[in-house]
Design a binder for this molecule. Structure first.
Ligand SMILES: Nc1ncnc2c1ncn2[C@@H]1O[C@H](COP(=O)(O)OS(=O)(=O)O)[C@@H](OP(=O)(O)O)[C@H]1O
Ligand SMILES: Nc1ncnc2c1ncn2[C@@H]1O[C@H](COP(=O)(O)OP(=O)(O)O)[C@@H](O)[C@H]1O
Length: 637
C-alpha cells in the first residue's frame, strides 16, 4: 500500500487532487468492539498510517478551494456528514463517531460505536448504511458474548462483509494455533446465525502488524492486511448492480408539456434505453425512452446512480411508485412480518398509528404485540407484550394501504423502513421486512360500482366527519345531539356515534387503558369512514384523548372531510358538573385511569372549531357548527 499524501498534491494541483478523489469508491464500515479490545488504537493506526484526511482538514480544504474558485469538494463533504444529519433530523440521539480517511484506492467512512448499554440503538444506526463490519476480538480472550452480539446485529442490518480482526496477536506470541482456534469457534457460531462467509485477519493495532503493513512476525499468514482487504471488499452498490432493476421514484420532473421525467436513485440493477419496465403498483408496462444522468443523456445507468428516465407511453407514475424490470417486479402488500429495532425511549404502543417510511413511500401503520423479542447476547427468543428501547422483536405490521417492497434480505432499499411518531416526527424504530403475510395478498379491495361520490350525490350533500373531542362531561354529547337535530331539520342525512353507546356494543371488549382507548378510537374512525363513504354526515362524541389517533382518523379521510371540534371545558368545570358522578368516584379512587385525573388528555393544537363552554351555550355552539359545515359545502344550499 502506498500511503496517500493529500498535502503534497493539494499544494501542487488541487484540481487533480479533487478529480482523483471524486472518482474513488467509498466504503462505509463499522468497527465493533470495546476499548479493551484495542479498538481506538486500531482506528488510530488506520487513520495515521493512511495519512488520513480529518474532518477539519477537509473543511479547510473546502474553504480554500472556494477561495480559489475551484468546485467539487461539496459532494464528498456531504457524504461525510449525511449519515449524521439525517439521524439528527429524525430526532435520534446517537453516540456514533464518524471518521473519514482515504487511500489512493478508496475513500472510507468509519462509524465507531461505543459499547455501552445503548449499544443496540447506536450500532443499528451506525451500521444501517455500512458495507462492512470489522469485529474485533482480543486474541487472549477469544469469542465472547459481545462478539456474538456484534455479529448478530451486523448480520441483522444486512452487512454481508464481516471481518474478524483478531487483535493483540503480539500478546499471544503471534501464535497461529491461537488464531486458528478462535476462527474455528467463530465459524461455528457464525453459521448458526446465518453468516456463511467472513474474513479473519490476525493483527496487532499496537505494533501495526497486518493493519497497514505486513507482519514479519506472522509468516504463517498469507492473506491481506486489514487495509488491503478494506480497499477491495465489494461495496453494496456492486452487489446491488447484479439484482433486477429498481428505481423508486422520488419526484416527477415536468418542466413543460413535452417532457415528463421520473427522477430517483437506482436502488438495484441497471437499465438501458429501450428496455421494458413495469410500474409498480399499477402493473403497467412500457419502455424506457431516455435516461438522463448528472452528466447528460445516457444509454445505460446502474445501481447507485441518480437519474431521470422518460417512458415511451403516457403511464401513471408518481412519487413512491417503483419503476422495475418488467419480468421480475417487486411485490406489493399491506401486511408484513418484520424484525423491528425499537429506538425510542417511549415503548411501542399497540394499535397506535405510526408513519412507516420505506424509501420514497410513506403510509400509516400499526404494530402488533411482538411474536417474540430476541436476546442479543444469546439470540434466544423471549416472549414480550411490547417493544422497548433497544429491543429487537419480530412483529406483524399493518399498513393502511399497499406498499411496494422486497424482503430485506433481497434489498435494503425496498426492505428496510423506519417508523416515525406522528406527533413528534421522531424516528422511533427501524424495521426490516421479513415477508408479507399471506392473507395480505388474498384480501383484495373490492371495486365497487356505486362510488362514494355517487352515494353523496344521491343524498345531495358532501360527507363530513364532525369529530367532537373533550373531557368527560365537557359537553360533547349535548352539543353533538343539538347539531344533529338541526342538520336533520335541514334535511341532511346524518348519524351520531356516541362514546357510551358504542362502548356497550361494538367496543364492549375494550377498557380505558391507553391501548384500549387507541383501539376504541381506531374502530370508531373506521366506522365513521364507512359512513362517510355512504354519503352521511357523521358526528362522533368520544373523549378521544390522544392527538396521534385523532390525526390518524383525519388522515384516513379526504382532505377537508374531517372537522375536529374541541369542546374546551376546563377540568374544574367538568368536574363541578359531574353529570354521571364519575369524577367523584375517580377522586375516591374507585375508577382507575380516569381522563383528566389519572389518565392524560392531549388538547388539540389547532382544532377546526373550538367551543368554550364557559362562554357559549350549547345552542349557539351548535348553530356555529352547523354554519361551519353548511358554509363549506355550498352547492346544495
Ligand atoms: N376511566 C374512564 N375515563 C374516562 N371515561 C370513562 C372512564 N370510565 C368510564 N368512563 C365513561 O366512558 C365514557 C368515555 O368513553 P370514550 O369511548 O369516549 O373514551 S375514549 O375516547 O376511549 O377515551 C365517558 O363518557 P363521557 O362522559 O360522555 O365522555 C365516561 O362516562
Ligand atoms: N355550554 C355548555 N355546552 C355543553 N354542555 C353544557 C354547557 N353548559 C353546561 N353543560 C352541561 O354539561 C353537561 C355535559 O355533559 P355531556 O354532554 O354528557 O358531556 P360529554 O358527552 O362530553 O361527557 C350536560 O349536563 C350539559 O347540560
Amino acid at each position: 500500500m502506498t500511503a496517500y499524501r493529500p498535502d503534497a498534491l493539494v499544494a501542487e494541483d488541487i484540481d487533480a487532487y479533487l478529480a482523483g478523489h471524486a472518482a474513488k469508491t467509498m466504503l462505509r464500515f463499522i468497527t465493533c468492539g470495546s476499548v479493551d479490545d484495542g479498538k481506538s488504537t486500531l482506528i488510530g493506526r488506520l487513520l495515521y498510517d493512511s495519512r488520513a484526511i480529518f474532518e477539519d482538514q477537509l473543511a479547510a480544504l473546502e474553504a480554500d478551494s472556494a477561495r480559489v474558485g475551484t468546485q467539487g469538494t461539496n459532494i464528498d463533504f456531504a457524504l461525510l456528514v449525511d449519515g449524521l444529519t439525517a439521524e439528527r433530523e429524525q430526532g435520534i440521539t446517537i453516540d456514533v463517531a464518524y471518521r473519514f480517511f482515504a487511500t489512493e484506492r478508496r475513500k472510507f467512512i468509519v462509524a465507531d460505536t461505543p459499547g455501552h448499554e445503548q449499544y443496540t440503538r447506536n450500532m443499528v444506526t451506525g451500521a444501517s448504511t455500512a458495507d462492512c463490519a470489522v469485529i474485533l476480538i482480543d486474541a487472549r480472550k477469544g469469542v465472547l458474548t459481545q462478539t456474538r452480539r456484534h455479529s448478530y446485529l451486523a448480520n441483522l442490518v444486512g452487512i454481508r462483509e464481516i471481518v474478524l480482526a483478531v487483535n493483540k496477536m503480539d500478546l499471544v506470541g503471534y501464535d497461529q494455533s491461537v488464531f486458528d482456534s478462535i476462527v474455528e469457534e467463530y465459524r461455528a457460531f457464525a453459521a448458526s446465525i446465518g453468516i456463511d462467509r467472513f474474513t479473519a485477519i490476525p493483527l496487532s493495532g499496537l505494533t501495526g502488524a497486518n493493519v497497514t503493513e505486513r507482519a514479519d512476525a506472522m509468516p504463517w499468514y498469507a492473506g491481506p492486511t486489514l487495509l488491503q482487504h478494506l480497499e477491495v471488499v465489494p461495496v453494496d452498490t456492486d452487489r446491488a448492480a447484479t439484482r433486477p432493476f429498481r428505481l423508486p421514484v422520488q419526484w416527477v420532473n415536468r418542466p413543460d408539456l413535452d417532457f415528463r421525467g421520473f427522477a430517483g436513485m437506482i436502488a438495484a440493477g441497471s437499465v438501458s434505453v429501450g428496455e421494458r419496465v413495469r410500474i409498480v403498483p399499477s402493473g403497467r408496462t412500457t419502455q424506457v425512452a431516455r435516461i438522463i444522468g448528472a452528466d447528460g443523456e445516457r444509454t445505460r445507468a446502474v445501481a447507485g446512480e441518480a437519474v431521470t428516465v422518460t417512458l415511451a407511453d403516457e403511464v401513471d407514475c408518481s412519487r413512491g411508485d417503483v419503476i422495475a424490470a418488467a419480468d421480475s417486479p417487486p411485490a406489493i402488500a399491506d401486511q408484513f412480518v418484520a424484525t423491528i429495532v425499537w429506538l425510542a425511549d417511549q415503548p411501542m404502543v399497540q394499535g397506535r398509528g405510526y408513519w412507516l417510511k420505506l424509501g420514497t413511500q410513506m403510509v400509516n401503520a400499526t404494530v402488533q404485540p411482538p411474536r417474540y423479542v430476541i436476546d442479543v447476547n444469546t439470540q434466544a427468543e423471549l416472549s414480550a407484550t411490547t417493544l422497548e428501547l433497544n429491543d429487537i422483536g419480530v412483529a406483524e405490521v399493518y399498513c393502511d394501504r399497499q406498499i411496494v417492497f422486497e424482503p430485506y434480505a433481497d434489498g435494503v432499499d425496498l426492505g428496510g423502513f423506519i417508523l416515525i411518531d406522528r406527533a413528534t416526527n421522531a424516528t422511533v424504530a427501524a424495521g426490516m421486512i421479513d415477508q408479507a403475510l399471506r392473507r395480505s395478498g388474498d384480501v383484495h379491495w373490492q371495486s365497487i360500482d356505486v362510488t362514494r361520490e355517487a352515494h353523496a350525490s344521491q343524498k345531495g350533500q358532501s360527507p363530513r366527519v364532525l369529530w367532537f373531542t373533550g373531557l368527560s362531561g365537557s359537553g360533547k354529547s349535548t352539543i353533538a345531539n343539538l347539531v344533529e337535530r338541526k342538520l336533520h331539520a335541514l334535511g341532511r342525512h346524518s348519524f351520531l356515534l356516541d362514546g357510551d353507546n358504542i362502548r356497550h356494543g361494538l367496543n364492549r371488549d375494550l377498557d380505558f387503558s391507553e391501548a384500549g382507548r387507541i383501539e376504541n378510537v381506531r374502530r370508531v374512525g373506521e366506522v365513521a369512514r364507512l359512513m362517510a363513504d355512504a354519503g352521511l354526515i357523521v358526528l362522533t362524541a368520544f373523549i378521544s384523548p390522544f392527538r396521534a389517533e385523532r390525526d390518524m382518523v383525519r388522515g384516513m379521510l379526504p382532505v377537508g372531510e374531517f372537522v375536529e371540534i374541541f369542546v374546551d371545558t376546563p377540568l374544574a368545570v367538568a368536574e363541578a358538573r359531574d353529570v354521571k358522578g364519575l369524577y367523584a368516584k375517580a377522586r375516591a379512587g374507585q375508577i382507575a385511569d380516569f381522563t383528566g385525573i389519572s389518565s392524560p388528555y392531549e388538547a388539540p393544537a389547532r382544532p377546526d372549531i373550538r367551543i368554550d363552554t364557559t362562554r357559549e351555550t350549547p345552542e349557539t355552539a351548535a348553530e356555529r357548527i352547523v354554519e361551519h359545515v353548511i358554509g363549506i359545502w355550498s352547492p346544495d344550499l
